[in-house]
Design a protein around this ligand. Structure first.
Ligand code: HEC
Ligand code: HEC
Length: 277
């Protein structure tokens, strides 16, 4: 990595990434060079610097920030802004660059990607944050799998805002917004256009942001170091683990892609069905 000179550093801290890249595009004709390095980068990798953050604080920020841009936005933003705060004293340039992230681009994730009810935005934002800080593929995949497994099998929501009552809880069994919200609506009897449903998704975002912070903290040493194995606990349960071995990419049949809980949608299938009939 080329070291930034002082003037580059000042420019970086002063103008922000968004305007920097915009002006870079406009200037490319006149060949005025951009700073070669982003101060938030971990040297020699594509990952951004990580520092230990307080999961409880991250959860609160995610909950209270939900109104800004919904589930994906708040989950991602709460993690990244807390890392920026953690770096503020030791590495102010990295911290400033981090706060200039174009956070608005996470709004699309609301309600399972623009309301399509696919991947839950809190999980999407959580995985995006992990990827920002982790360029090591093995660790990235391990933490993202852990988050998917955790999302599917945990009774949500758990976060308790100040002076609030607990909300009804449900287990999604799926990473899909559609299934997750649908099951919660069934259990709670609240409509999806109710303030309670919004509150439920705000609390769920807080829960996912907290879990992500814990996992990043736990794996700080292996984020970008190949030699250190990631620390995760949750394995894919049966029968999905067996279904995946045949049907997922690289499996013996290899005719679809996915690690979801198969029997949510193929309830009649057993792992040995290919041997039957
Ligand atoms: C030993 C490998 C193997 C395992 C394990 C396995 N499958 Fe299959 N599956 C096959 C093969 C081969 C076919 C295509 C031939 C057939 O239909 O029997 C198939 C077909 C299917 C189909 C589409 C065809 C149909 O008949 O509906 C679905 C859906 C499916 N499997 C789901 C699952 C699920 C869910 C699991 C886990 C509970 C699972 N499979 C476990 C090998 C496997
Ligand atoms: C959210 C619902 C959902 C989940 C979860 C799901 N599937 Fe499917 N799957 C579908 C739908 C819908 C189709 C396409 C409809 C069809 O062809 O029957 C499909 C198609 C398939 C097919 C091809 C079917 C064919 O006709 O050949 C296979 C194989 C399959 N799924 C296996 C799996 C496995 C293995 C898992 C778990 C890792 C899984 N599915 C999880 C909904 C789901």
């Amino acid at each position: 990595m080329t070291k930034m000179n002082r003037r580059d550093a000042m420019r970086f801290a002063g103008v922000g990434l968004g305007s920097l890249f915009a002006c870079g595009a406009a200037q490319s004709a006149s060949a005025s060079p951009l700073p070669q390095t982003n101060p938030a980068l971990v040297e020699g990798t594509e990952a951004w610097k990580y520092a230990i953050i307080d999961p409880e604080k991250v959860a609160r920020d995610a909950y209270y920030g939900y109104h800004v841009g919904h589930c994906m936005h708040t989950t991602f933003t709460s993690i990244v802004t807390n890392v920026a705060s953690a770096l503020e004293k030791t590495d102010p340039l990295a911290s400033a660059a981090m706060l200039n992230f174009p956070f608005h681009m996470l709004h699309y994730g609301a309600s399972g990607a623009n309301g399509w009810g696919t991947l839950c935005g809190s999980l999407n934002g959580a995985m995006a944050a992990v990827n920002l800080f982790c360029a090591n593929e093995k660790t990235l995949k391990a933490i993202c799998d852990e988050l998917g497994n955790y999302y599917e099998r945990t009774m949500f929501p758990n976060f308790m805002p100040d002076d609030a009552d607990p909300l009804p809880q449900s287990i999604s069994g799926s990473v899909l917004c559609h299934v997750s919200v649908g099951k919660w609506a069934q259990v709670s009897k609240y409509r999806t256009d109710s303030p309670e449903r919004t509150d439920r998704c705000s609390r769920l975002s807080a829960d996912m942001a907290k879990k992500t912070a814990e996992l990043l903290n736990l794996n700080i040493k292996s984020l970008n170091v190949e030699e250190i194995a990631p620390i995760v606990a949750l394995k894919r349960p049966e029968p999905a683990a067996t279904c995946i071995k045949c049907h997922n990419k690289g499996g013996t049949t290899s005719n679809t892609i996915g690690k979801m809980t198969c029997r949510e949608c193929h309830p009649e299938k057993t792992p040995d069905h290919s041997l039957q009939d």
